[in-house]
Design a protein around this ligand. Structure first.
Ligand code: FAD
Ligand code: UDP
Length: 384
């Protein structure tokens, strides 16, 4: 069979590879002039490897995903640490023993810190629904206001009361000195960046990559050449925004180049609402195995995504979930197309999850082909 794969990010590349290895042909399209989607990295004139669309740290608990990515490039051990500035003081995030002791000017051990934070937590919130509920329930008012309320208002552009608890549930709270940002057992950054890894996944004789090429789903000629389409672009774009545009946040990165070291850390978050940016990323610290005399930082500003902007974070509030349901129902009745990935399912997915889900989708498609059944519209339910 001949497949059109729309999008050359991790989702599209992994599906293309799986289908090609099973004996099919895959034409991969991307509007951008490079592969790797939002994970794209490029060497800057300073010599620093820059994460073009924002900081990307690979982390996973899936052994099979870890094995998969290691087939295509060298992964370097990397433990991500984040600093956060609140009211001109620098702390470490996620909230851990050091943060608690520094913030409350105490010298607690783990047990004392846990008991103290429990005394601050709002235990009347038994089932946190909103972002604010989650914060007040797990860290209490002072820490919530210092680290989460302002940053989140800037990042998402809405009152944290309107956001789901799941966004904050991404971050752990610890009562020990572990200040690693992620809990996952496998954490790494590719030695040569993400783009060569995705290029290696796509490097197969049955895969043809068409860069700087938009695939127009309404063009019958484009469809006619292919037996099936795998769509990793925005689901609403596939249906020509029939039920309105799904809301996204986009980011503006303002670069600054200087000599030496700018902030000594890969990422510093700015939690106060009166600082207009959310964080500053210093790219060279993602590659501590490299040495560079100069440095480049990105100041990151978040705003609502316009029609010509890059969609970064799906907003998924009540209104968007209702729109999404319309698109999902429409997709389930459409023939010859499978939707996957961050934009195709309108979900806040990390890289490892996109790889995992792309492997699942490929398996499901190949099983359907073997049984001569129609291929699925989704391999996971985007509404969950
Ligand atoms: P994408 O990478 O978005 O790829 C989709 C591609 O489809 C795009 O290249 C687009 O150009 C193309 N496309 C769309 N429509 C068309 C069309 N009509 N024709 C042709 N091409 C089209 N994950 C982590 O694991 N760790 C992190 O630290 C991390 N940090 C992140 C930081 C930021 C700022 C953001 C926004 C995301 C972060 N992520 C992180 C998530 C990560 O970027 C995604 O998981 C990953 O990019 C999803 O891959 P994808 O292939 O599904 O989508
Ligand atoms: N967050 C916050 N303050 C911080 C860091 C994160 O309020 O200093 C909130 C914010 O709403 C963010 C969410 O926690 O969207 C998840 O954080 P994460 O670092 O996972 O966000 P990402 O790196 O994906 O932007």
């Amino acid at each position: 069979m001949r497949f059109a794969i729309v999008g050359a990010g991790f989702s599209g590349a992994v599906v293309a590879r799986e289908l090609a290895e099973a004996g099919h042909l895959a034409d991969v399209f991307d509007t951008r002039d490079h592969v790797a989607g939002n994970c794209h990295t490029a060497r800057h004139e300073t010599g620093v490897m820059v994460h073009t669309y924002g900081p990307h740290i690979f982390h996973t608990q899936h052994e099979h995903v870890w094995q998969y990515i290691n087939r295509f490039g060298e992964m370097m051990p990397y433990r991500h640490k984040v600093k956060a500035i609140s009211q001109d003081t620098m702390y470490s995030l996620p909230v851990n023993l050091k943060t608690i002791n520094q913030f409350f000017d105490q010298d607690f051990d783990a047990q004392q810190a846990e008991a103290f934070i429990q005394s601050k937590a709002d235990t009347t919130i038994t089932n946190p629904v909103s972002f604010e509920d989650q914060g007040l329930r797990f860290v209490g008012r002072e820490l919530y206001d210092a680290f989460f309320a302002g940053y989140t208002a800037k990042q998402w552009g809405v009152d944290p009361k309107e956001l789901p608890a799941s966004i904050l549930a991404r971050l752990p709270v610890r009562f020990n000195d572990d200040d690693s940002y992620f809990n996952h057992p496998y954490q790494a950054i590719p030695k040569d960046g993400y783009t060569p890894i995705v290029a290696a996944i796509l490097n197969h004789p049955s895969i043809k990559v068409h860069l700087s090429t938009r695939f127009d789903p309404s063009s019958h000629s484009a469809f006619g050449e292919f037996d099936h389409v795998v769509w990793t672009g925005p689901i609403d774009a596939f249906f020509n925004f029939e039920f309105g545009r799904l809301g996204y946040r986009t980011l503006d990165f303002v670069p600054e180049i200087s000599d030496g070291d700018y902030q000594g850390h890969p990422v510093v978050n700015y939690c106060d609402v009166d600082v207009p940016y959310t964080r500053i990323t210093e790219h060279k610290h993602f590659a501590p195995w490299e040495d560079h005399a100069r440095t480049i930082v990105y100041r990151e500003f978040s705003r609502l995504c316009g029609e010509t902007d890059t969609p970064y974070y799906p907003i998924r509030l009540v209104k968007e979930k209702e729109q999404l349901l319309n698109y999902v129902q429409r997709a389930r009745s459409a023939k010859g197309v499978t939707f996957i990935g961050r934009l195709g399912t309108y979900r806040y997915l990390d890289m490892d999850v996109t790889i995992h889900e792309a492997l699942l989708a490929s398996k499901a498609m190949l099983e359907c082909l073997a049984k001569q059944q129609p291929m699925p519209s989704f391999s996971v339910d985007p509404m969950v």
